[in-house]
Design a protein around this ligand. Sequence first.
Ligand code: 13P
Length: 259
Amino acid sequence: MERKPLIAGNWKMYKTPAESEEAARRLAELTRGLTGADVLVAPAHTALVLVSRALAGSDVLLGAQNLHWEKEGAFTGEISAQMLVGSGCSHVIIGHSERRQYFGETDETVRRRVEAALEAGLVPIVCVGETLEERKSGDTLKVLDKQISGGLKKIFLKDGHSLVVAYEPVWAIGTGLTATPQEAQEAHAHIRKRLAGLYGETTAAAIRILYGGSVKPENIRELMARPDIDGALVGGASLAPETFARIARFGETESGLST
Ligand code: 13P
C-alpha cells in the first residue's frame, strides 16, 4: 500500500506567537507546490490560532503537542480536543517521551487522550520509543508492545488514516544520535505487526509510522528509503523553515531542493 510521507515538525517549547507566525508563513512559501509529502507543524498552544491563519491557503497541516481528555471543566491549565479543533488543528501529538519523562504521562493517559482526539475528529500522532537503558538490556520491542497495547487499548479506528504512530527512541532525541535506518526499520516493522494484530492488515498498512530523533536534511533520505518508515517527526531541525523545508523536499532532486 502506498503511504504518502508525512513530515511533521514538533516545535516543542520554542517560539513566541509572533515568531511562530513568521516561521509558518515562511514554511508555507517554501513548501508551495510540494506534492511528495504532507507537511505539518505543531507549535505551542499559544501560537495555534495565529499559525492557523498564517497557513490558510497552504497545504501545511496544523497539529498541537498535547490535549486533555475531558471535553471541558475545572482543569486549570489544560486544553481540550474541541479547543484544538477550534484553533484550526487537524492533528495532535500524544504521549511524547518528554511528556512521559517529565509530566507523568502513562500508557493509560495516552489512551484517554487518543480516545478524546479521535472523538473530536483529530488525528492522534501517538509517540512510542525506548530509553537507552531499555535498548541496552534488549527490551526495545517489549517496551514498544507495552506502549502500543496500553495506549491503544479499546481504541476503535474507522481506518488507517485516522492514526499516526511516531517511533522516537528516547536516546536519539535532541542528542545528535540517530537510530540507524536498519534499527528504525526493525522497530517500525514490529510496530506495524502489532497494529495489524489490533486492527487487521489493511488498516495497519495504511497507518503512517514516523521516525523521530535527530532527523536532519542529511539523514532523511536514507531513513525514508526503508519500507516501513513513512515520514519523520522532527524537533530541532524543524525550527528553521529553510532546514525543515529541505527535509520535507527529501524526495526531490538536488536542483529541486535549491529552488
Ligand atoms: P529532535 O529532532 O530535536 O531530536 O527531536 C525529536 C523529537 O522529539 C520530535 O518530537
